[in-house]
Design a protein around this ligand. Structure first.
Ligand SMILES: [Cu+2]
Length: 492
């Protein structure tokens, strides 16, 4: 008993004991069938037996997370704004939950489409992920059928095997190699010319992923896509060989909540003959944008409103960028005939910021001058496979120090040939420029920075603590692409 108690860190702000009238969420292992084979994966199951959590309007996030996964874990409430010790990030002050232990959470949640995933090791790849839907009264009054579509990339390999295949060595060795190359490049051309140093680095090291060949093809849009070969792509844990069939009314009105829970894959959501309107991104309302095809980067969410025609079967597909593979679900009205769908079709292009550029926030930030204005450079390559922020590799990073009340602007500058979906914990931010073009863009928690592209974000420092800021490509994060924003006065 003493051991169990010791495994329950007291959370400042949680203010109650485990077991007191919270919703129960259990981290487990389970077996699903993929491509006709059993696959042992993790899961996060609520007391209603479904994956994840659904909260009623005004309901607090009072959750007891029981770890029955057979190993330590910690679960991050992605996009939510809890006190930092409840964020589900493995800081020394909020350590992982031991197997068999229970952790209590209690905070006021933000309404919208959110999700949860392990931030421990690479458990996210093994499906320690689930929807987190926070309803609000206005949305319920719309009287739309809610359909959650959660996307994953799946491999029968362990994530450790995937990572070893990418680095060809350990992450630490790959970082050391990358740092040595950066130093060589800096000596050659001087450290204050990042563009020049990158091309010089490529010339000095033709084996590098950021190679002269890649640079010369930039105009032709030759990019690195899809680091990892996956065995399957899942929509609500199923492939198109046996997709989820969702029954809808004739002429039904739908709110489709799409969550990209994949670890290293991005998709084009394809509504086929239907037209949808994006009404929210990462849980935050946007002025509606109509289309039949929407890009979704890793960790992002899209709320799409669809008014169905009278009758039919309507596949909602998610097509993997730069690739011919697809997954999805089928909406069907009573009696409609459902055609079988192939798991591969024609290839689709790279996911981009074409939708982002059209989005405008319903509730933008107030107009205000920035107190803190920083540039963060994103860099890295395939050989050695290591990814950095301002030349630093997690966990050897210099925190960006903030003070409560500051307006912060960050210019994200991508010096690499891969896109990086950048996620800030504990805050929502507004996209205020793409490639130098100012905009009153979406408020969200994850934004894609295209190869050699730039995105400017702004947020108010209103949630004191220690907060991770990282690429949501799991293998970029695991090889260094993460840093910390820390408030003054937070003792560590
Ligand atoms: Cu990345």
């Amino acid at each position: 008993m003493a051991i169990a108690a010791a495994a329950l860190p007291m959370l400042p702000g949680a203010g109650r004991a485990a077991g007191s009238a919270g919703k129960r969420l259990v981290a487990i292992t389970r077996v699903i069938e993929v491509n006709g084979r059993p696959a042992k994966v993790f899961g996060l199951i609520g007391s209603d037996g479904r994956s994840g959590l659904r909260l009623a309007p005004g309901e607090r996030f009072r959750v007891d997370l029981a770890n029955e996964a057979g190993t330590r874990t910690i679960v991050h409430w992605h996009g939510q704004l809890p006190p930092w010790t409840q964020d589900g990030f493995p800081w020394p002050e909020s350590p992982p939950i031991a197997n068999g232990a229970v952790q209590a959470y209690d905070y006021a949640p933000v309404p919208g489409t959110y999700w949860m995933h392990s931030h421990q090791d690479m458990q996210e790849q093994s499906l320690m992920t689930a929807p987190l839907i926070v309803h609000d009264a206005a949305e319920l009054r719309e009287d739309r059928q809610e359909i959650v579509l959660m996307l994953h990339d799946f491999t029968f390999r362990t994530p450790e095997e995937v990572l070893a295949g990418l680095t060809g060595t350990s992450a630490a060795t790959a970082q050391a190699m990358a740092q040595k190359m950066e130093k060589t490049a800096a000596r050659t051309v001087g450290s204050n010319a990042p563009h020049a140093s990158m091309s010089s680095m490529a010339a000095d090291a033709p084996e590098a992923g950021m190679s002269g060949m890649d640079m010369s093809r930039l105009g032709g849009m030759h990019m690195d896509l899809n680091d990892v070969h996956y065995d399957a792509f899942l929509a609500n844990d199923r492939t198109l060989a046996d997709p989820e069939i969702v029954h809808v009314e004739r002429g039904g009105r739908i709110r489709l909540r799409i969550i990209n829970g994949a670890s290293s894959s991005q998709f084009w959501v394809d509504l086929g003959e239907l037209v949808g309107r994006v009404a929210a991104t990462d849980g935050h309302p946007v002025n509606p944008v109509a289309s039949s095809r929407f890009p979704i980067a890793m960790a992002q969410r899209l709320d799409v409103l669809i008014d169905l025609p009278e009758t039919g079967a309507f596949p909602i597909l998610a097509r993997v960028e730069g690739n011919d593979r697809q997954t999805g679900i089928v909406l069907t009205t009573p009696g409609a005939r459902i055609a079988r769908m192939a798991e591969s079709a024609h290839a689709v292009p790279q996911v981009d910021n074409s939708l982002e550029a059209r989005l405008t926030a319903v509730e933008p930030l107030s107009a205000r001058h920035a107190d803190v204005d920083r540039t963060i450079e994103l860099a890295g390559g395939m050989k050695p496979y290591a990814w950095s922020m301002n030349g630093e590799y997690w966990p050897q990073v210099t925190p960006l120090m903030l003070e409560k009340g500051q307006r912060v602007e960050i210019e994200l500058v991508n010096r690499s040939m891969m896109a990086h979906p950048m996620h800030l914990h504990g805050h929502d931010f507004q996209v205020i420029a793409i490639d130098g073009r100012p905009m009153q863009g979406a408020v969200r928690d994850t934004v894609l920075v295209m190869p050699m592209g730039r995105v400017r974000i702004a947020f108010d420092a209103n949630n004191p603590g220690r907060w991770a800021f990282h690429c949501h490509n799991l293998y970029h994060q695991a090889t260094g692409m993460m840093t910390e924003f820390r408030y003054q006065g937070i003792a560590t």
